[in-house]
Design a protein around this ligand. Sequence first.
Ligand code: ADP
Length: 283
Amino acid sequence: MIGSDETVLEVRNLGYRYPNGTVAIENINLKINRGEKVAIIGSNGAGKSTLLSHFNGLKEPSEGDILIEGDIMAYDRQSLRNVRQKVGVVFQNSTNQLFAPTVIEDVAFGPMNLGLSRDEVDRRVQESLEAVDMIGFEDVTPHHLSGGQQKRIAIAGIIAMRPEIIILDEPTASLDPQGVDQVLGILNELNREGITIVISSHDVEMITEFADKVLVLHHGHVEAFGTTEEVFANHQLLKKAHLKPPKASVLLHMLKKRGLDVDVKLNLEEACDEIIDAKLIKK
Ligand code: ADP
């Protein structure tokens, strides 16, 4: 889905200091529109997890505000309950997120806490397990599942809450290529249904294929926020943030330097077309 003009998540002058005094993020400003797929990238320690955990009120800012659908986030019990219905977070370590003895109880936990009827809970659990292609695993103990399956169950638990925004901290870390494709397929499908998706990652190649917009975090500051094409075309910026540019764009940069008349593209298919159509303009 292409993002609309309606801001669903806004961050104003956000700063967070850990109790030991470490300032993890500072002066963060950003706006995310409904239906966008946004990636927050940065090297280890850049502040990605700290930033994401503000989006559903898990952390309270030391400075600044978070706005969900235009409302400034408040941190009393009832306000947080409302926020968590709108914003679901899938943690990096899904194993920690799954705690019930069976898959079905795990996915049902959130909707049960909303006080929904048993029928509605059952319906949502079924729908969510279908969405992540995990029908048939209802009675399995989550800890007996593979890493990729655990991730999908953690996502199902969030889908069952019917959120407007889903935040995922490093959703593809430690998954095999098939697991990565499955998770990205699920996220793309949710996005087609109108859900806004925000992920963190340092896997630039994966983001090239997935995100509409990219925010680069470095030492707790926003270095850039723009379309994936804009941000990934700026190799100097990526280098400064200790990230590697997409390989296809590196190759095209090299060919350009050697005199081939090409535009820099991010994915392999577009890069291929560019090279096939290119003319040598100087030796
Ligand atoms: P990322 O997710 O990009 O790897 P984090 O948000 O985990 O970055 O960390 C940002 C900064 O905050 C780092 O300097 C990290 O050492 C620090 N930090 C993270 N968690 C804690 C904590 N519980 N106590 C103190 N400092 C922390």
